[in-house]
Design a protein around this ligand. Structure first.
Ligand SMILES: [Fe+2]
Length: 291
């Protein structure tokens, strides 16, 4: 049985979005907030729910394993996740099933590609809030098993070009593992775009009269990158990604989007942009690629 990637999404992870959704798993409660992004996720969910899939695979910049890629290797991960920067907004009780067979296949293919890799076998492991927010916003029922993939620090440890090469190889390894395991997989690149942000929170975090783009230059960069996605020019996108990342402090430094694009063969079909919006000034786009 040959598996395949059935869709991919850029799925940003500001904890504010989960906070504003008021799910029962999250302790803090909000009045509202960040509707453009949350309704964009709603639209993405409607599309993904139409696509038959077995598993969600998420790559997060907030599970940082400096020099190698780690894969979740415990069949059930359950705990309380508290955002280190926004504990007032995100104290989330998660309970996720992990597709360990697929994670192990990804690990084997990654090693076979010559990249350093590890299986994470700690049953008390605390899953990072980036992975949890993206997974919750895409699939709040948590019915599908997941694989969580760490990001490594290649962009800082070497440079961003080395990181891009590593993540391209990781994407190819991921695709091979999905195919050999016979899974129908949705990939999630969990990160924002531009990432300069305000450093003071309003008294009411969801006060949308205080939310706006951090600066015009950052916004112009985001629009340029989104336009390339909409045009299906992902090779060009990757070419200018190092400049974009440097100029906007973008979370693309973790490599999630490169990993996903590589796994999907750098799609030339136009991406569906469901939403763009800011959270404490950072640029966030909810974007879908169907395979
Ligand atoms: Fe983040």
């Amino acid at each position: 049985m040959s598996g395949k990637i059935v869709a991919g999404a850029l799925a940003p992870h500001p904890p504010h979005l989960v906070y504003a959704e008021n799910p029962e798993q999250n302790e803090p409660k909000a009045e509202c907030g960040w509707e453009t992004l949350r309704w964009g996720y709603e639209s993405l969910r409607q599309n993904l729910n139409q696509i038959d899939h077995d598993v969600l695979i998420v790559h997060s910049p907030h599970w940082r394993t400096q020099t190698s890629t780690h894969f979740s290797g415990v069949s059930r991960l359950k705990s309380l996740s508290v955002d280190p920067v926004f504990p007032n907004l995100f104290r989330y009780n998660y309970d996720m099933k992990v597709d360990v067979e697929l994670a192990e296949a990804m690990y084997e293919e990654t090693k076979a590609a010559g990249l350093p890799a590890e299986m994470m076998r700690n049953k008390n492991f605390r899953v990072d809030y980036g992975s949890i927010v993206s997974l919750h916003m895409v699939s709040p029922t948590w019915q599908k098993p997941v694989v969580v993939v760490s990001s490594q620090g290649g962009a800082q440890y070497y440079n961003i070009h080395v990181m891009q090469d590593l993540m391209t190889a990781l994407g190819e390894a991921t695709r091979k593992a999905i195919e050999s395991c016979g899974r129908k997989a949705i990939l999630l690149a969990s990160h924002s775009l531009s990432h300069r942000h305000f450093v003071e929170e309003p008294d009411i975090p969801e006060d949308m009269s205080k939310e706006h783009i951090y600066n015009h230059g950052q916004y112009i960069w985001d629009m340029k990158m989104i336009e390339l996605m909409k045009q299906g020019k992902m090779k060009e996108f990757i070419d200018i990604l190092p400049d974009f990342t440097e100029m906007t402090e973008a979370e693309t430094h973790g490599g999630g989007l490169i990993w996903m694009m590589s796994a999907m063969g750098f799609p030339s079909t136009p991406a569906k942009v469901h939403a763009y919006g800011t959270v404490i000034g950072t640029g966030n786009a909810v974007v879908e690629w169907q395979a």
